[in-house]
Design a protein around this ligand. Structure first.
Ligand code: BG6
Length: 471
């Protein structure tokens, strides 16, 4: 749909950007922090360990001052469970509480809303060794951790996110380093049992926050992107519906309405992989309500009908093999989209389409908690960093978000990935996403100096004009 006049972004729109603890903080064995699954995993070959990252743990004041200079209205960061509870349960680490307390106060000093992710891929190693999310007890362990956060920070934090990308933990958990699976048993059955426990933990956390901190807001933060059919052949359309249900709607249907998506349920049943649901679980799911839907968006996916030979599941088409789920869907290349230096498809219009679809299904305000472009940025001899490709990517996505607002979608904020350079999930430090350059290489820590990229100055103008000035 074309418009003669675009609606403005609402007043009070939350412009900012995001990070996560294990990717940005470093200091992963300091001040009483326990190890998480990220700290004990084998990092991908050729990439840095997670002991220093951007050294945000020691430099957060300087970093937040730079975010304030950009004009941030919010800063989305995650709390490392193992800084608060080094073993995942039991004794609270006062230094961990003090660290996040000061980080929150520093944000507030500049008028930046802290937007806190409770759990971003960093399950305590001590809990993972016991079986992680496979155990029923994991639900209460998570809720106990949440209670500690709400008690300590609920007086200052208005916005909370439950679990970052629970759908990716379920679809590609082994690649993220989080899935702890028993190779002897059905993988799908185990994964969807973990998933049930996370869904229940999330529902209980949402309920708990509403009871403990009236007025505070909480929502899920999956990675949502519309799945396109490769062609208009009906079999491809059905495959797209299948993957949309498995990748996207399962998570949001449960968070918002408290029921299992019927297509996913039928697929699990067919595979003997239905989760064990205890009496009362679904009642809790139905009672819990998010205040908004947060989601991360990088690009859309495209699928075609399965021919029965697919391997792996997963979310991205590998060049030489058919990836997908036999009988359900096969990943496909879109063919009409440009890609980043790292091969990720770029689809700003798909962002608008995804916003429209999510709003039409759930009618809740939406918060964009990640969106961005990873690239090999370079510090020039004169101290500048030119990243026009990132500006183009973000500009195109913000334009489409504005069109979605004009379409009638309620969007409350935009928090791209990432505020500052940090370690990528799979591709190390050299895959940079930030507005702020960190002067280190993959293994050479150099001086860790913070440098404003061209995108820093551009985003400053975007925020100052509430999204009007995108040039
Ligand atoms: C999201 C995650 O999946 O994508 C982030 O929430 C991650 O943790 C981001 O860093 C970008 O992915 P990558 O693999 O390029 O780091």
């Amino acid at each position: 749909m074309n418009y003669k006049t675009l609606k403005p972004f609402p007043a009070g729109f939350l412009w900012g950007a995001s990070t996560s603890a294990y990717q940005v903080e470093g200091a992963n064995r300091e001040d009483g922090k326990g190890p998480s699954v990220q700290d004990i995993k084998r990092v991908p070959p050729g990439t840095s360990e997670l002991d220093v990252c951007a050294d945000h743990y020691h430099r957060y004041r300087e970093d937040i001052a730079l975010m304030a200079e950009m004009g941030f209205k919010e800063y989305r960061f995650s709390i490392a469970w193992t800084r608060i509870l080094p073993q995942g349960t039991g004794e609270v680490n006062p230094k961990g509480v003090a660290y996040y307390s000061d980080l929150i106060d520093t944000c507030l000093k500049y008028g930046i809303e802290p937007f806190v992710t409770i759990f971003h891929f960093d399950l305590p190693a001590a809990l993972s060794e016991k079986g992680g999310w496979s155990r029923r007890e994991s639900v209460d362990e998570f809720v106990d951790y949440c209670r500690i956060l709400f008690e300590n920070f609920g007086d200052r934090v208005k916005y909370w996110l439950t679990i970052n990308e629970q759908n990716m933990l379920t679809l590609v958990g082994e690649a993220i380093g989080t899935a702890n699976l028993n190779k002897e048993e059905s993988v799908i059955k185990q994964l969807y049992q973990h998933n049930h426990h996370m869904l229940l933990a999330q529902a209980k956390a949402m309920k708990l926050l509403h009871e403990m901190v009236p007025g505070a807001k909480i929502g899920p933060a999956p990675n949502i992107s519309l799945v396109y059919p490769k062609t208009c052949k009906p079999a491809d359309v059905l495959a797209a519906q299948n993957f949309n249900a498995i990748r996207n709607w399962l998570y949001l249907d449960m968070a918002v309405w408290g029921y299992y998506n019927p297509i996913v349920w039928a697929w699990l049943e067919e595979n003997g992989a239905l989760p064990v649901i205890q009496p009362g679980d679904m009642e809790i799911m139905r009672q819990a309500r998010p205040d908004f839907i947060a989601f991360n968006y990088y690009s859309t996916s495209t699928v075609e009908a399965s021919d029965g030979t697919e391997k792996d599941g997963g979310d991205r088409a590998k060049k030489d093999e058919r990836v997908g789920v036999p009988g359900v869907y096969a990943m496909a290349r879109n063919g009409s989209l440009p890609t980043t230096q790292f091969g990720w498809e770029i689809d700003p219009e798909g962002f608008r389409a995804t916003l429209r679809e999510v709003y039409s299904r759930y009618h809740l305000p939406m918060m964009i908690t990640e969106n961005g472009l990873g690239a090999y940025d370079k510090l020039e001899a004169d101290g500048s960093v030119h990243d026009p490709y990132r500006i183009d990517y973000l500009r195109d996505h913000i334009r489409q978000m504005r069109l979605a607002v004009t379409d009638g979608c309620q969007v409350m904020g935009y928090s791209p990935w990432s505020a500052i350079d940090l370690i990528s999930t799979h591709e190390g430090m050299v895959k940079r996403y930030g507005f702020i350059f960190v002067n280190r290489d993959e293994f050479d820590l150099k001086d860790m100096k913070r440098v404003r990229k061209d995108s820093f100055y551009w985003y400053q103008k975007v925020i100052a004009s509430n999204g009007e000035d995108l040039d």
